[in-house]
Design a protein around this ligand. Structure first.
Ligand code: TYD
Ligand code: MG
Length: 451
């Protein structure tokens, strides 16, 4: 038998080195190199997904049911219209965010469509899973559960059950007895994921791997894992709010721009098909607050942005943001000072998107600028007014994409007015029940936002 090889592998990025180092030569992380023993693998060929021989792409057939719609609407939306059969999805997120809940709910919906689902739990006992299932009202005979952490057993269970959907919760808990390294280490995670992914491809099983997230937000240990799977989803939200956002950071079969919005209820996750109402739930007008119609993926949604401007009592004025782009705010502050004549240089400015939303589009510029101006001048924006427009360095308010759908959403939620870029006034939907306030530059906007 060939000799076992000892390597040092970075638990963050997967970089391996024959010698130990205090700092990973790959990603620069300190104290992340751990010893791993690798036994030589038996020589086998790679796994071929088809016969392996080259052929014209025009002759490659598509399976009839390439997509499996789960029935959890927000989840299907993120995936781009359901699971692609044989694909692997990695779901990451902080502990307690609801990954296991989501996985179980998706399993249940899949079984309703007829296919069995297999849920492998490595972290909880079957009784704990049962308790959660009861809470969620899940009890189908086609939903199979197994408490397993051994890769071989997981694979044999999956081969026996022939499920349409296989969930492994979590991938960090599964280990291959053939490897000496500890469960959760990079080589274990990589090896187990690779075996499960190739099983999924061969058998046409949709695979969901649940992953942990490290302090810095990356899915624990292996960035490598993100390269291996087809789709990477992050489940985010915080303890302060009941809603959860599911984002795709990678998607081989769909857009990464879509987000799914859920609310965590006592009886499980409920998809929110109407996120605007959620994000502006606490909106009551007032100084420093502006409502912005953003577009996430294909979906317009209203978000409230808030600013607080106060004179810095000593030292450098602070600039703090949450849910919005810091650089964009710096730029807007400079434009407001130079082009709008607001003396912001000695002011501390705090800007946030309410409810934990993320506002990153340039189309939100005008709303952000007006929120800042409103707080600084202590004048509230006109009631039930939304703001949309990109602001340029010259102070000009520029047109934005998808203005029509944005304004339709504004009207739908009972808003009365919208401040929009001047040049885009023509070409708006005819049936808008909104007063349109066109502005061509930041001076115009400052003159009109509160009246
Ligand atoms: P869980 O799915 O266990 O999170 P993760 O797998 O990401 O660690 O979710 C746990 C949290 O969700 C827990 O704090 C309780 C809450 N919860 C509900 O509010 N309602 C429910 O129906 C369920 C099952 C959990
Ligand atoms: Mg869990």
């Amino acid at each position: 038998m060939a000799k076992a090889k000892v390597r040092f592998v970075c638990q963050q990025c997967g970089q391996s080195s024959p010698r130990w180092a205090g700092r990973c030569p790959g990603c620069g992380e300190w104290n992340s190199m751990a010893e791993e023993v690798e036994r030589p693998k038996p020589k086998t060929g790679g796994t071929n997904l088809d016969s392996g021989a080259a052929r014209p792409i025009s002759e490659v057939g598509l399976d009839e049911h390439v997509r499996m719609v789960t029935g959890v609407g927000e989840f299907d939306r993120i995936l781009g219209g359901g699971f692609v059969r044989g694909s692997a999805v990695l779901v990451g997120g902080d502990p307690g965010i609801g990954k296991s809940t989501l996985a179980l709910q998706v399993c249940e919906r899949v079984t309703r469509a007829g296919a069995p689902a297999l849920y492998i739990t490595g972290e909880e006992s079957l009784a704990q899973v049962k308790l959660r299932a009861q809470r969620l009202g899940v009890g189908s005979d086609r939903l199979l559960v197994a408490a397993q952490t051994d890769l071989g057993s997981v694979i044999s269970e999956a081969t026996k059950a022939e499920p349409g959907l296989l969930v492994v919760d979590s991938i960090q808990m599964v280990s291959d007895g053939q490897l000496d390294s500890a469960p959760g280490s990079v080589s274990q995670v990589r090896q187990c994921a690779a075996r499960l992914i190739s099983l999924a491809k061969q058998e046409g099983i949709s695979l969901v791997l649940v992953g942990h997230v490290t302090k810095s937000g990356a899915i624990a240990g292996p960035r490598v894992l993100e390269h291996m799977v087809d789709t990477v989803l992050y489940f985010e939200g915080d303890g302060q709010h009941a809603y959860r956002l599911l984002r795709a950071v990678k998607n081989r079969f769909g857009s990464t721009k879509e987000i799914g919005v859920f609310e965590m209820r006592p009886d499980g996750l409920q998809g929110i098909s109407n996120p605007s109402e959620f994000f502006i739930a606490g909106y009551g007008g007032g100084t420093g607050s502006a409502v912005v119609p953003c577009v996430e993926g294909t979906r317009p949604m209203l978000v409230e942005v808030q600013a607080l401007v106060t004179r810095a009592t000593y030292g450098t004025p602070e600039r703090r943001v949450s849910g919005v782009d810091r650089n964009r705010i710096s730029m807007l502050l400079a434009v407001l000072s130079r082009r709008g004549g607001l003396d912001l240089f000695d002011q501390s400015v705090f800007v946030s998107a309410a409810g934990g939303a993320q506002v990153t589009e340039p189309a939100a510029d005008l709303g952000l600028a007006m929120a800042v101006a409103s707080s600084f001048t202590d004048k509230a924006p006109a009631p039930r007014t939304a703001f949309v427009g990109e602001v340029g360095l010259g102070g000009e308010v520029r047109s934005v994409t998808k203005l029509g759908p944005r304004l339709t959403e504004v009207g739908r939620l009972g808003f009365k007015r919208a401040m929009v870029p001047g040049e885009s006034e023509r070409g708006l939907p005819k049936d808008l029940a909104l007063d349109i306030l066109p502005v061509s530059n930041i001076m115009d906007a400052l003159d009109q936002f509160s009246s």
